[in-house]
Design a binder for this molecule. Sequence first.
Ligand code: HEC
Length: 198
Amino acid sequence: MRLLAAIGVLAIIGVFGAALYFFGGFYSVAGTQEDPAIVHWALVQVRTASIVRHARDPQPADFDDPANVQKGAHEFDEHGCANCHGAPGGNWQKFSEGIHPDPPDLKDVVPERTPAQLFWVIKNGINMTGMPSFGPIGATDEDIWQIVAFLKKLPNVSEADYKAWTKPPAPPAPPAPPAAAPTPPPADAPATPPAQNQ
Ligand code: HEC
């Protein structure tokens, strides 16, 4: 009985201590603060387990055909992924080095993820990290599957391919100028021979 009472008292002290530590401002939320190894380990486990359980969307049959890989590179560029994650030949923005946890180099990550897992992460984001949820901000499922198709090929995409696939489309040709009415030469001008088309 005494033992139980002692455990109860310790538990109450523990709860009050934790409340004081967190709500009293003693815990630092600084992004420069390294996580203790156990916290880092727990975060990775929780994130991985959550993604594995939630990633249930079936991948479209032809999602990774070459046209989709190229469109995916374009979407990747348009949505600003390279600012944080880098891209073939294009470096990340300096600010991304200040994000904690840091945005991984996707080349290293994608071989370990299924297409459905990549799709889920891009659509829903990762809470309490810098990884945005792109679904609610205008990326359609089709756009996201194209990005996944591109990511799956990312380890083999050259800088030249990435450049070619993300360059802006050529501007539309300007409308032809209205045909000007020919002005008759002044009466006293010397006659000029008509310009020759070569
Ligand atoms: C503002 C910075 C930022 C932008 C923009 C961003 N990400 Fe991320 N992303 C992150 C961070 C930070 C993480 C790591 C989260 C973590 O460690 O839990 C991450 C994680 C990921 C992961 C998961 C990696 C894993 O371990 O499973 C994928 C996939 C990913 N991002 C793809 C993308 C794609 C595709 C885009 C563009 C559509 C994008 N990200 C845009 C910051 C960003």
